[in-house]
Design a protein around this ligand. Structure first.
Ligand code: NAP
Length: 255
């Protein structure tokens, strides 16, 4: 059991990659704090999967784009579970629009969830390590688009590029507190965020053609990398991005 006696908070864990991270780490003994916008059927299903994987957890709902709520989620997690060892900043959204048409509302929505949310969740988490001798782990679910342009998704790319520099900076600032921080950068993964792509056979075939591994990724592919970074095996890893993309990053061509 690689995560025994660890408490892990996963944001956006009501479905997709976040849910897979929650169940995979639970299968290795972690207690999971499930965050998503609301306590609903999705988060309750994640909790059932966590319990089915042989561990336990709780749901702390809240919008990570609100800084006050970020602090409340972390404070409630620390008091409810007696501490949090691992923070997984997974909640993320995207908005598709040509640059000339992007609205301020959509730009703010993407930046506030993907970047500001991860920033202030991380700050609130790290503040608890000021006077402790515990080890902490932060894992951001970034994207190949922290590196790779994606036309019509400029605000998304900015948010993930910002997450890359946040992670690199904090690997230096948080090391004295005993905290490591790394990014996991998925390529194209089969989750609800890609619903329209998955329902478009032609677009799907073109994308799959660009992936050297010849398939989209599964949420579990991402969760396995998170597990490794959260485990003792990754004690000396900080400031890195692990790409989980079947080789997409170095072979991508926009159609
Ligand atoms: P998803 O299926 O859409 O799941 C995202 C979850 O985050 C949803 O449950 C969503 O809740 C929740 N969420 C949204 N805004 C939130 C907020 N303000 N506070 C708390 N929770 C919030 O997406 P996914 O594919 O699993 O993506 C997870 C992460 O991986 C994202 O950061 C995404 O950018 C990244 N990623 C995904 C892919 C991919 O191909 N799937 C590739 C690269 C990177 P609602 O459903 O209620 O909105």
């Amino acid at each position: 059991m690689r995560m025994q006696n660890n408490v892990v908070l996963v944001t956006g864990a009501g479905q997709g990659i976040g849910r897979a991270i929650a169940s995979r780490l639970a299968s290795e003994g972690a207690y999971i704090i499930i965050n998503d916008l609301y306590e609903n059927d999705n988060t309750r299903e994640t909790l059932r999967e966590v319990q089915g994987a042989g561990s336990n957890g709780c749901i702390i709902a809240g919008d990570v784009s609100d800084t006050v709520i970020c602090r409340d989620i972390i404070a409630e997690g620390f008091s409810w579970a007696g501490g949090i060892d691992v923070l997984v900043n997974n909640a993320g959204i995207e908005r598709n629009a040509e640059f000339l048409d992007v609205t301020e509302k959509d730009f703010d929505a993407v930046m506030n969830v993907n970047l500001k949310g991860a920033f202030f969740m991380t700050q609130a988490f790290a503040q608890h390590f000021r006077n402790t001798k515990r080890k902490g782990r932060i894992i951001n679910i970034s994207s190949v688009h922290e590196e790779l342009p994606f036309p019509h998704f400029t605000s998304y790319c900015i948010s993930k590029g910002g997450m890359k520099m946040m992670m690199r900076n904090l690997s230096i600032e948080l090391a004295p507190l005993g905290i490591t921080i790394n990014n996991v950068a998925p390529g194209a993964i089969e989750t609800p965020i890609n619903k329209s792509l998955l329902n478009n056979p032609q677009q799907l075939a073109e994308l799959t053609h660009n992936i050297p591994a010849g398939r989209l990724g599964k949420p579990l592919d991402v969760a396995n990398a998170v597990l490794w970074l959260a485990s003792d095996e990754a004690d000396y890893v900080t400031g890195s991005t692990v790409y989980i993309d079947g080789g997409l990053l170095w072979n991508y061509q926009e159609q």
